[in-house]
Design a binder for this molecule. Sequence first.
Ligand SMILES: Nc1nc2c(ncn2[C@@H]2O[C@H](COP(=O)(O)OP(=O)(O)O)[C@@H](O)[C@H]2O)c(=O)[nH]1
Ligand SMILES: [Mg+2]
Length: 393
Amino acid sequence: MLSIALAGKPNAGKSTFYTAATMAEVDVANYPFTTIDANRGVSYARTDCPCLERDERCNADNCEDGKRYVPIELLDVAGLVPGAHEGKGLGNQFLDELTNADVIINVVDASGGTNEKGEPVDIGEHDPLEDIDFVEEEMDLWLADIVDRNWESVERKSRSPDFDIDDALADMLSGFGASPKQIATVLRELDYPEDPIQWEDDHREALARDIRQRTKPIVVAANKIDVAPAENVEKLLDLDKPVIPTTAEGELALRRAADNGLVEYDPGDETIEIGDDGSDAQREALEGLAETMADWDGTGVQAALNFAVYDLLDHLTAYPVEDASKWSDGSGNILPDAFLLPDGSTPVDLAYAVHSDIGDGYLHAVDAKSGRDVGEEYELEEGDVIKIVSTAS
Ligand SMILES: Nc1nc2c(ncn2[C@@H]2O[C@H](COP(=O)(O)OP(=O)(O)O)[C@@H](O)[C@H]2O)c(=O)[nH]1
Ligand SMILES: [Mg+2]
């Protein structure tokens, strides 16, 4: 499953985001280091279900009237502070947790109501711009440290006659979630000596930065838009990086209200319908939230998850079926499964995502929308419904 980690300062709203996005209860409190261990939960990317192209909506568990929710893993990593790579705060432990992630959501308190250590200050007192770069810097420095620490061993290996620097670096960096292909791409673009003994600090830092950028892309969640001065949010949106305005607390309130029947809301909706039940205070709070959502196109929580999956990681959703005309599995369930695959994936990749046996026994595939056979080289598109014919099925 794709894995998204929430990073950022203490009190930026990571645990609230996590709780809302997974609807699991974790400690949410207004002091640093509430989250000691990384929490791991299931959240969802939202996309248009292919059943929207049919007369009837499908009966899949993760489809809500054509809004399709595809499972992803979400990690709530405890707060980072500047200097974390040197062990400040709970430092390296948190950075290590990020290793498991495919993509990072950097949760920033856009209200300026927490200082650089994550301690509460008056709204607007802290400049949230300062919180953007440090997460990247900490990750880069941390990885540079790892490269440094392992360099002696690379030098030692270089004395062997069949030494290959690309292989040695791939070995060292594989633990960071970097694939051999990613490492090869980075090395191709980097100017560096073949002999590890000739490498300077600059070479190692550039390698660490490039590997980090490629393996851990980051989207910023400009959080607390419900209380943030608008100019703060605008300033963050003007940056030359992906930024999504969010209110994690708003999303959490909405999901709870929807659970209690006070409001019509599916995660990622940009508008809500407030019902007549509930107290005056509850309705007033929901109306306030509706205004914030109107200003920023929703609560942004689903938008941030979607941006991570579909934009930063460039994935698509594909739906394997057994019956190409009914779009169903063997038991008649319509569009029972959805898989997130990297852009450029083929029906063979989808077959392997379903099961390695299905992949090994792959014979051919049918595009269920057109009813036509598709070749092994066919590049899947978002929303494709594919029947895979395999010796194993
Ligand atoms: N106003 C507002 N407060 C929020 C929002 N998200 C989180 N908070 C509050 O910020 C504080 C810290 O949140 P928490 O999720 O524990 O932060 P973490 O340390 O990053 O995990 C709590 O009091 C939350 O209720 C938001 O979108 N708006
Ligand atoms: Mg927390």
